[in-house]
Ligand binder design. Structure first.
Ligand SMILES: [Zn+2]
Length: 407
């Protein structure tokens, strides 16, 4: 926020084309009259600024027909974001598999693919593989590489979003400090022949799942927490519609909170929550008991088939996580706490609820909904796509991009 007059729509007369587009996209003002009222601009100035957006192909007149104008007089034509002028690519990397998708600017999935892509093979191999997937997906969706306005990536580690690099990621050996954005953009160009320099945004997987779930399922929830329990454990926090990342992108990294157990964690420390309550930890306990399981997704399959030992261990893991979440909800007082990932079934949720309601202050949980995912395995790609769109169509970026288009 720059605090410029017009940003708040209070008669400063300075609202830019980008700010008008934001008012339309958010639904706060969808007619010329409503835009005049919200910004204090004259009818002629609103017309000039909208004209740039029409010429760029970013705005269109709505199909719904005229509505009553807030300024009286003739009914006005509604305006809407034209989401047909570009598409977004998104991918969600897990430790051993990934999902990639082509999405519209309003978050609809046009084509998707899920398959094996091993993070431990290193960034060069994985991002090259994604470049190939994206090329195939665009063909499947019937869109050209030139239509892609940006790429969003969800990764299983802490991300410095200023640089798009991961910082000391326990589950991503070989990725520390690597130029993910640059390599992804090059891989995309190599496999599609698209012009170089496509914008790439990278964020943590739990952050982007939280973002995707909050926007699509809980848009009115101003404090939303998602906990992902798969091979590792992480949390994403969305406050007032924005991802809360903290100073270094480390917010929500609850998997490495010490819970005082003996087990060694992948991060090198002992006693982390992830070392005793993640899908990886449950898989290890099952393997010790003679049940073949090596990863969070193996545990998920066992839980789905009703395996009693897997269910008992998932419930115990849920209690461990619920104990930590009692502190999380006391600190953040969220309206929705969503449990997602491989372990997010009935047994795990029962365990979470047992400890959470026992340990947290009643005031922190009085209006708390503990829920499971609505988007399931697609939450990460939907969140990554939304992140790209919100970045590229933020008012200041809209101005820059219109100027670059010569408008
Ligand atoms: Zn750890």
């Amino acid at each position: 926020m720059t605090g410029r007059p017009g940003r708040t729509g209070k008669g400063g007369g300075q609202a830019s084309s980008g700010e008008l587009l934001e008012l339309v996209r958010s639904g706060r003002a969808v007619t010329r009259g409503a835009l005049q009222q919200a910004t204090g601009l004259s009818r002629a100035t609103v017309g000039l600024r909208l004209d740039r957006l029409f010429r760029a192909g970013w705005l269109r007149e709505g199909a719904g027909g005229p509505v009553d104008s807030p300024l009286g007089g003739r009914p006005s034509i509604t305006l809407e974001f034209d989401d047909s002028h570009a598409v977004v690519l998104a991918a969600d990397l897990e430790t051993r598999h990934a999902r990639a998708a082509v999405l519209t600017l309003t978050g609809e999935i046009l084509a998707e693919h899920a398959g094996t892509l091993v993070v431990q093979d290193g960034p060069d191999a994985v991002l090259t593989g994604l470049g190939r997937w994206f090329a195939d997906l665009l063909e499947k969706a019937g869109h050209s590489p030139a239509e892609v306005c940006g790429i969003g990536l969800a990764v299983p580690g802490p991300v410095d979003t200023e640089t798009g690099r991961v910082v000391q990621p326990p589950m991503m050996p070989g990725w520390d400090g690597y130029d993910i954005r640059g390599r992804m953009a090059r891989a995309f160009t190599e496999h599609t022949g698209a012009p170089p320099g496509v914008p790439v945004l990278v964020d943590n997987d739990a952050n982007l799942m939280a973002y995707g779930e909050q926007r699509t399922g809980h848009p009115d929830c101003s404090a939303f927490v998602l906990v992902k329990v798969s091979t590792g454990i992480g949390a994403g926090v969305v406050v007032d519609g924005s991802i809360y990342r903290g100073i270094d992108g480390g917010a929500g990294d609850i998997g490495h909170i010490r819970v005082g157990a003996e087990a060694q964690c992948r991060c090198g420390s002992y006693g982390c929550l992830a070392a005793v309550a993640s899908g990886g930890a449950v898989a290890r306990r099952l393997a010790e008991a003679g049940v073949p399981a090596a990863s969070g997704s193996d545990v998920r399959d066992l839980l789905a088939s009703g395996h009693p030992e897997a269910a008992a261990l998932a419930r115990e893991a849920g209690r461990r996580v619920g104990d930590v979440l009692a502190t999380v909800v006391t600190l953040l007082n969220p309206g929705v706490l969503m449990i997602a990932g491989d372990l997010a079934g009935t047994s795990f949720l029962t365990g979470v609820r047992e400890l959470l309601y026992q340990r947290a202050l009643p005031r922190s949980t009085a209006h708390l909904d503990v829920v499971t995912s609505r988007l399931g395995d697609r939450a990460g790609v939907i969140g990554a796509g939304a992140l790209v769109v919100e970045h590229l169509y933020a008012p200041d970026r809209v101005e820059e991009r219109l100027l670059a288009l010569g408008m």
